[in-house]
Design a protein around this ligand. Structure first.
Ligand code: ADP
Ligand code: MG
Length: 241
């Protein structure tokens, strides 16, 4: 068995005495997309925030490539975790060009940074926008630039928190597919949070179904869809055809 890219063990987070993340364990294999799927308020974003290092767990450990990143006493700061982030509110820097946005987190010479920005913009079909500014792009195009920016430094893990929920339905399927192709081409290991079963079915190699702070079922999308473990899981999937 390969060392998982990400392994969280027995993570607990309490707010006002309530365990909003309640003993969550999860692994992501290199190059896999794992979806953390569950209804609003079940603790998905809190889990992601602890992995990113912007919040700290009350119990449990986080390992990346087998190395300890965080337990209850030791903590590597967020900027040293090699983790890429994408949220619904994915704002680009308005005063930087598209190319500068993509190159923002990179080190090296100007020419090398630009080459990497060109490469990624090429993958999302937006090379011609490299010297334009974000406000000149549509919402869908900005989303693709944000993805390119997050992937540019080659993060070990991409954390995505409902990244498509701000887009209108017409765009969403295309952007989901394009995003998935780029993530796969880049070999990214992804934890994607969503409350939409359809999105998880479309994008995940593995789904972790979450409810009330706990992971209640894990498996390949069609296994979960075809054999949901309990009534609540059935109900949650029932709006997909
Ligand atoms: P999800 O992302 O699945 O919608 P969240 O992780 O955002 O859920 O929230 C899980 C629960 O924890 C919710 O009941 C929410 O109100 C609560 N919560 C989240 N952050 C805080 C906080 N900083 N202080 C108090 N309660 C919080
Ligand atoms: Mg959330």
């Amino acid at each position: 068995m390969q060392t998982p890219r990400l392994e969280i063990r027995n993570l607990v987070r309490r707010f006002e005495g309530k365990r909003v993340v309640d003993d969550v364990s999860l692994t992501i294999q290199p190059g896999h997309v794992t979806c953390l799927l569950g209804p609003s308020g079940c603790g998905k974003s809190t889990t992601l925030r602890m992995i990113a290092g912007v919040d700290m767990q009350d119990e449990g450990t986080i390992h990346v490539d087998g190395d300890l990143v965080c337990d209850t006493v030791f903590r590597i700061p967020p900027e040293r975790r090699a983790i890429g982030l994408m949220f619904q509110d994915f704002a680009l820097f308005p005063h930087l060009s598209v190319g500068e946005n993509v190159a923002f987190g990179l080190k090296g010479t100007r020419a090398r940074k630009r080459a990497r920005a060109e490469e990624l913009l090429g993958r999302v079909g937006l090379t011609h926008f490299i010297d334009e500014f974000p406000h000149q792009l549509s919402g869908g195009e900005q989303q693709r630039v944000a993805l390119a920016r997050a992937l540019a430094p080659r993060p070990k893990i991409m954390l995505m928190d409902e990244p498509f929920s701000g887009l209108d339905n017409r765009l969403r399927d295309d952007i989901r597919d394009d995003t998935l192709s780029l993530l796969k081409e880049e070999g990214a290991s992804v934890l994607l949070v969503t409350h939409e079963p359809e999105e998880a079915m479309r994008m995940a190699d593995e789904i972790a179904l979450m409810r009330d702070g706990r992971i209640v079922q894990r498996g390949a999308p069609y296994n979960i869809y075809n054999a949901p473990k309990d009534k609540a899981a059935v109900a949650f999937f029932s709006d997909i055809n």
